[in-house]
Each structure stands twice: as C-alpha cells, then as structure tokens.
Design a protein around this ligand. Structure first.
Ligand code: ZN
Length: 314
C-alpha cells in the first residue's frame, strides 16, 4: 500500500474584508483583489481541496477520507476533523463567537461546534486582535450587547508576528485589518456574529446572532495574558507543541538543518509559512500545504523554512 505525501491545491474565498496579500506574500493565483481566505487543507463541502500530484492527483480530500481511510490511521470519525486556512484581513472581520459541540448539536441541526487557533504570520506595528470581552456577568454582557456599548464590551489585545492564540468556543473574537493569520480549526462553519461595525453589504447589514451569542459567550472571559503567547523563538529543528486541546494538536518547527521527524500520528498536516527546503528530497516552499499520511514512517526535512503542523486529538 502506497503512502505518498499528499500535496493539496488550496481553495480561495472572496470576502468583503479580503485583500491581495495571498498573491503578493504567498504567490498564489487568487480569484480577485478581495481574497480573504485560502482553505489550504480542507475536506469541507464548501471548499474541498484536491490532491495536486501523484497517484491520487485530482482526488478530493473528502474522497480520500471516505475511500482511503488507511491514509488517516483508520480513525473512526464521520468527517475529516480539521481545516487549515490562511486569512488575509485587509479590513476588520466581524466580531463573532462559536458554540461548543453540545450547543451546536442541539441548536444547529447536529453540527459540530468550533474551536480554532491562530498563528500570526504578519501584522503591522501596533496591531491588535479582539479576544475576549469586559463584561463581568451575563446580565452585564446582555445589556452591553443590547445597548450597543461595543467600546466598553470588546477587549482588544496587542499582538505581533509569531504570536499564537487559542480561541475556545465561547470566546468573543475578531481578526483586525492588516493581519495575516494561519488558522487551524475544527472542520465546522458555525459562527455567531455579535457585531459587524454597522457595515452594509449590498446596502444591507449582515445578519447578527444576538440571542445565540449571549447564550454561548463565556462570562467572564479568561485574562488577556492567558490568551496569547509568543512562539517566535522556540528551539530550532524540533517539533515545538503550541497547543493540545480536545480536538487538535499544533506544532511549530523552524528548520535550519537536516531533521528527521517520526510521523506516528493518524496523519500530520504541514504548512510551509516561511522559506523553502525539502521534504523527503522533494522541494517545498512558502505556501505549500501537505499531509503526511499514516504509516509513512520517518520523514526527512532540510533547508531553511518554518512550518506549522497539526493533527487530530482523538
Ligand atoms: Zn472564529
């Protein structure tokens, strides 16, 4: 049974807040100058990545998940569990919150909730993200939302390149204009929009989900200090774990010399976020995304590059 490295072609999404850095910074061919998202590793029906080369060329990730589960360690989940995106936010994204699995199952027709995490690829000096809020009770949260006291409610925290942020369900969050982010998330789309800066799309405001948001937002929010960590200067040539939660594990590896990594997970998603190098003697560069399948064994890396890796925690 062959266990090839699965290189994937991304799917691009136009967004009102998108820009063109996925072309200028990552070299992708993008569909327009409001390209907000690159779905780099996805088996979601709204963007199912296709294998770029090799014996599975032209096959979608969801097809391989259904028909070749051995590539993913034969794990018994009903869908490919993760989704890796690169986000180019030219303008602010709406302020939102995701439900957990239990709430989504009851209120969203059996859907999964959503946990996600962000690695800051690039941002301007003095950049900030919205993570958490300042209400101390649910009553206060409710009145701040209903009275539109956004300045009081929303908590912005300063970030810089190389910061890593875990967004648990119930966390109020938003990516601000100017940031590029690599997002690893549960394979789900359930988002409740709390506030959209009163913007209009085609003359109309986008739908808000006020009741659901008030239901699911964690009160009080965890401290700002506990929400962000800088992971820019970790030891080189080893897999540094950034997070292990119920749904995924994420690592960063800065390659500067030849390194061998034992792939003993059900599968390992890898994204080259800077530089170029080799994986098992194949050339790879910034913007490449691939999956090391189950059973591939020891994999050799070389060159000068930074990678973010992830797998399921099942
Ligand atoms: Zn989100």
């Amino acid at each position: 049974m062959e266990r090839p490295i699965l290189f994937l072609n991304p799917v691009f999404k136009q967004m009102i807040w998108g820009g063109s850095k996925l072309e200028t910074e990552f070299g992708y061919e993008i569909p327009g100058d409001k390209t907000g998202e690159c779905w780099a590793v996805s088996a979601h029906p709204n963007g199912d990545c296709v294998v770029r080369e090799g014996i599975y060329e032209g096959k979608t990730l969801s097809f391989l998940w259904q028909e070749h589960r051995e590539l993913f360690g034969n794990i018994g989940l009903d869908r490919f569990p993760l989704l890796t995106k690169i986000i180019d936010a030219k303008d602010d994204l709406s302020i939102q919150v995701h439900p957990d699995d239990a709430y989504a199952n009851v209120h969203e027709n059996g859907s999964l909730g959503k946990t996600e995490c962000w690695y800051v690829l690039d941002c301007p000096e003095g950049a900030a993200l919205v993570v958490g809020h300042n209400a101390s009770t649910r009553e206060e949260l409710k009145s701040m939302i209903e009275e539109g006291r956004w300045g009081e409610l929303i908590r912005e925290i300063p970030v810089k390149k190389g910061d890593f942020i875990q967004i648990d369900p119930g966390t109020v969050h938003a990516i601000k204009g100017g940031l590029m982010i690599l997002e690893t998330q549960q394979n789900s789309d359930i988002t409740y929009r709390v506030y959209d800066y009163d913007r209009l799309t085609d003359g109309k405001p986008r739908q808000l989900h006020v009741k659901q948001s008030i239901d699911v937002i964690t009160v009080p929010a965890p401290s700002a200090k506990d929400s962000v960590k800088n992971v820019d200067n970790l030891p080189e040539n080893v897999m540094n774990e950034l997070i292990s939660c119920k749904y995924y594990r994420v690592w960063k590896m800065d390659v500067t010399e030849s390194v061998k990594v034992m792939q003993d997970h059900p599968f390992l998603i890898m994204s080259v976020i800077e530089g170029e190098g080799l994986v098992n003697e194949k050339r790879i560069k910034k913007g490449d995304h691939f999956i090391l399948p189950s059973g591939i064994g020891e994999v050799e890396f070389g060159g000068s590059m930074k990678l973010i890796a992830s797998t399921v925690n099942a």
